[in-house]
Design a protein around this ligand. Structure first.
Ligand SMILES: [Zn+2]
Length: 70
């Protein structure tokens, strides 16, 4: 049985860009779940770590509000 991977937070040390992703499987998608460089400033040394509880909650909330309402 596959174990869902933990949410990841990617942080650019250069410009402060950050992104929390919820990988659907352990096959991470480039530029969706993981980034090879910062989409904002193209900095290549990104910090990737497990998302904190606060970041997970904030990201889930923002996704909830982006989704169309029926
Ligand atoms: Zn950056």
């Amino acid at each position: 049985m596959p174990i869902p991977p933990r949410p990841l937070t990617t942080i650019c040390q250069n410009c402060g860009w950050r992104y929390t992703s919820f990988p659907a499987s352990d096959a991470l998608k480039i530029n969706v779940d993981v980034f090879c460089c910062c989409p904002s400033c193209q900095h290549t040394e990104l910090e990737i770590r497990s998302a904190s509880r606060t970041e997970i909650m904030r990201e889930r909330l923002s996704q909830f509000f982006i989704w169309p309402r029926f």
